[in-house]
Design a protein around this ligand. Structure first.
Ligand SMILES: Cc1cc2nc3c(=O)[nH]c(=O)nc-3n(C[C@H](O)[C@H](O)[C@H](O)COP(=O)(O)O)c2cc1C
Length: 374
């Protein structure tokens, strides 16, 4: 079967976004696309990429590009990974199982949210060989957190991704304004003990993807390390200071991320924070980033700034909505093809050859128009 006849076939990632918007109800679209406050940060996530220019090298004699790398020792087909997103069942009945299969058949790492609509065991059995990591939201009772961690370890997830940028809910103006009570209850695959704002009727928009608890400190890392042998990844870091704390606390990797602009409006973007984090901990832990990545050239810029892995959130939900499992593999194939072509055009044969000599910072970034609409 060629890509052209895959169900849910689409030719570009911007087509994909348009098709997803047409398919999904306005309230589910507001959930997927919405971000915090006036959505400055989410716009900046995209715009950040336009502040860098690439310095391509010509006549490099490259006939094929090797995108393979490793993420915490797991071999992957490309540095692109699937960031965790909650409630995937809202966009397609295959939910996280579709994402797991689409990513698994592409050899791409996928992270799955505590707030998945399917259980973590069901997701695991959809792609026994993964690679697959479990994203943890801390629960109010450590007993429940520990239960999730133990289940994830038993089900064969190979790392624990602790999200730390959600002590409270970011104000989601768009969701509130659109009055988006999602009518049917959102199933929480990991069980009724897992806190889910989707079950909180007092929230008018009814659908946020984390159970807020602001009482945790960095000590939680040691507590988690006592109950699991899984490597710990800390997601939601935007400063060198926090990256150091995470790594001092035993994190083997950090994800530089502002949660897709859904938490603190006005926060730095992942791309902006990446150089300081990479400089602070790059030698001691792996550094990944996400936020606003939509093209192969975006991935290339993030790699050149020090990321070893580069995540995508919303595009996976668009792809799942449009084509289920096949949509997710189609998206990953488009993005990886674009990355390979960008590398050939830039004169870089492998991920190891991508470094900061590829980049030129625009001297007047405020004058860079952001034309992107996806
Ligand atoms: C609808 C939606 C749900 C999300 N749910 C989670 C979640 O459950 N856990 C988490 O750590 N991050 C969550 N995120 C943040 C993503 O993991 C990721 O950081 C972000 O989407 C990356 O930005 P992008 O959408 O521009 O690619 C969510 C993002 C979206 C858009």
């Amino acid at each position: 079967m060629t890509d052209a006849v895959l169900p849910g076939g689409f030719d570009t990632i911007s087509d994909l976004r348009e098709r997803a918007e047409k398919l999904l109800s306005p309230e589910v679209w507001a959930y997927v696309e919405g971000a915090a406050g006036e959505e400055f940060t989410v716009q900046d996530n995209h715009a950040s990429f336009h502040r860098w220019r690439l310095r391509p090298r010509a006549l490099a004699g490259i006939r094929a590009v090797d995108l393979r790398t490793t993420l915490l020792g797991a071999s992957v087909a490309s540095p692109v990974f699937v960031s965790p997103t909650a409630y995937q069942g809202l966009v397609h009945p295959a939910a996280e199982v579709g994402t797991a299969r689409g990513a698994g058949s592409s050899g791409v790492l996928a992270m799955f949210s505590t707030l998945s609509t399917r259980s973590l065991e069901e997701i695991a059995s959809a792609t026994p060989s993964g690679p697959r990591w479990f994203q943890l939201y801390l629960q109010r009772e450590f007993r429940v957190t520990r239960g999730l961690v133990e289940r994830a370890e038993k089900a064969g997830y190979s790392a624990l991704v602790l999200t730390v940028d959600a002590p409270v809910l970011g104000p989601r103006d768009r969701q509130t304004r659109d009055g988006v009570a999602i009518r049917s209850p959102v199933p929480i695959g990991n069980g009724s003990e897992v806190l889910s704002p989707a079950r909180a009727p007092e929230l008018r928009s009814g659908l946020y993807e984390f159970p807020a608890d602001a009482s945790f400190t960095w000590e939680i890392l040691a507590q988690l390390r006592e109950v699991t042998r899984l490597p710990l990844v800390v997601k939601g870091i935007l400063t060198a200071e926090d990256a150091r704390r995470a790594v001092d606390g035993g994190a083997r990797a950090v994800v530089v991320s502002n949660h897709g602009g859904r938490q603190l409006d006005g926060a730095m973007t992942g791309l902006e924070a990446l150089p300081e984090v990479a400089a602070a901990v790059g030698g001691r832990a792996e550094v990944y980033m996400d936020g606003g990545v939509r093209r192969g050239s975006d991935v290339l810029i993030a790699l050149a700034l020090g990321a070893r892995g580069v995540g995508i959130g919303r595009p996976v939900l668009w792809a799942l909505a449009v084509g289920g499992e096949a949509g997710v593999s189609r998206l990953l194939s488009l993005l990886n093809t674009e990355l390979a072509v960008s590398m050939m055009l830039a004169g870089r044969r492998s991920i190891a050859e991508v470094d900061s000599s590829l980049l030129w910072p625009h001297p007047d970034p405020d004058k860079v128009p952001s034309l992107r609409n996806f």
